[in-house]
Design a protein around this ligand. Structure first.
Ligand code: 7TS
Length: 425
């Protein structure tokens, strides 16, 4: 069965530019002032804000439907089970998975990657095998593989990237061989905003019999991600970065790979039959969803993906690229400011990291906070990348569908204020 079960967006809605000023009214939190200034929320790579439809869905679930799922002998349990499984169908449609049971609900990207490293890694990676990564990865797509490599006596190798984080595809092709078991790379970097050539990498990985797992934490919220078109084997992402609740995420896997995997969590709900000494497992996707899942979170994520699809992922993508490029241009024109990552016309999204000469990123962040501008400063859970960039930390602005060019101008004015405050210009 190959289904296309995307949300209800019309083709027109999918291609029209989005109206960020109008969409921000869907997000109650954005209406507030912070430190006496209108909130300018530019920390979306850490977590996005939530539209009223998602907040309402959570409240409605608890007010009308709450019951444990898959124990369906009463009306509420049947309703909550149906809503939870309907969310799975919506999320599968959102990434164009061929089958809803290829979507496993997790707690988020970190949880999904850890599950994968245990459930797929321990069964498939053996002594002398290689796992290919990049130095750009978030710790969540590095540490679980370090631990797997230790357990299985395997080797991590790092695909060369240029200073902007662009993957050297020729070098990657040259590293692939019979020893390569897994390629585990980001889709969009949470520091540099660079977009990895995932489809080309999947093709090359498969030519060498390797499996490719994509960290989609920063792509699924911002661009159309079609797992069948990209032909990736696994994809992980987090609901909270894409207008959904915290504590819910997705591990997508191709059916035949998931079928062949052992569960990672054992206990209630994931079994078929339990004897005193041993047990057998439920079918997909339940064998990976031991215990009571985040039912409300999954339902909220289903509503969030419908909301995003209603706006159109192409339009959201175009908006992020346009605002990202604008921010790169205006920040790079400033004296003393260095933007890390691709140029404005490079393959990049709406995550923009920068450093300001003679200013610590935390000091920049603190002055910006005083202006109501929320950014993140630090190593962004990418310490090896910081070392590669030759910095301890960066300041990072990251946009979502509700951000406007005016807010980027506000960011820039606040950076000028920081420079003046510390007397560096
Ligand atoms: N991978 C990438 C590329 C990420 O950006 C993040 C979170 C994760 C994995 C982990 O996601 P989680 O939902 O399990 O935490 N990134 C960030 C960030 O950049 N600032 O805060 C969280």
């Amino acid at each position: 069965m190959s289904t296309s079960i995307r949300g209800a967006a019309t083709p027109a809605a999918r291609t029209a530019p989005l109206d960020a000023a109008a969409l921000r009214r869907d997000f109650p939190i954005l209406a507030q002032e912070v430190r006496g200034k209108p909130l300018v929320y530019l920390d979306n790579a850490a977590t996005s804000q939530k539209p009223r439809v998602v907040i309402d869905a959570l409240r409605e679930y608890y007010e009308t439907t709450n019951a444990n799922i898959h124990r369906g002998i009463h009306d509420l349990s049947e309703k909550s089970t149906a809503a939870y499984e309907d969310a799975r169908v919506r999320v599968a449609g959102f990434i164009n998975a061929a089958r809803p049971h290829e979507v496993i609900f997790t707690r988020g990207t970190t949880d999904g990657i850890n599950m994968l490293a245990r459930a797929w890694g321990d069964a498939n990676v053996t002594s002398g095998n290689e796992i290919l990564l990049t130095e750009v990865e978030h710790h969540s797509n590095l540490v679980p593989w370090q631990e797997l490599a230790k357990r299985r006596d395997a080797r991590l190798r790092f695909i060369p990237t240029d200073p902007a984080g662009v993957i050297d595809l020729d070098a990657f092709a040259g590293m692939l061989g019979p020893q390569t078991k897994l390629v585990a790379v980001h889709h969009v970097s949470n520091v540099l905003g660079v977009i990895a050539p995932v489809a080309a990498m999947a093709r090359l990985a498969h030519e060498h019999g390797a499996v490719i797992a994509i960290d989609g934490a920063q792509s699924a919220p911002h661009m159309p991600v079609d797992v069948q078109a990209l032909d990736v084997d696994f994809l992980t992402f987090s609901g909270h970065k894409m207008a959904g609740p915290t504590g819910i995420g997705v591990l997508y896997g191709k059916e035949h790979l998931l079928e062949a995997m052992e569960p990672a969590h054992f206990g209630g709900s994931m079994i078929r039959a339990v004897e005193l000494e041993s047990s057998t497992w439920a079918d997909l996707p339940y064998k990976f969803e031991g215990g009571t899942p985040n039912i409300a979170g999954a339902i909220g994520l289903g509503v969030a993906v419908d909301y995003l699809d209603g706006i159109g992922m192409d339009a959201i993508d175009a908006h992020a690229r346009q605002l990202g490029a604008y921010a790169v241009n205006v920040l790079s024109d400033m004296p003393g400011v260095t933007v890390h990552g691709p140029d404005a016309d490079g393959e990049r999204g709406g995550v923009v990291s920068f450093t300001v000469e003679d200013l610590h990123p935390h000091d920049v962040g603190t002055v910006l906070d005083g202006e109501g501008v929320a950014i993140r400063a630090g190593h962004h859970c990418a310490q090896p990348l910081m070392r590669k960039l030759g910095v301890h930390a960066t300041a990072r602005a990251s946009v979502y569908l509700y951000n406007t060019t005016d807010e980027i101008d506000c960011l820039v004015e606040s950076v000028v204020k920081a420079q003046r405050f510390f007397g560096t210009v």
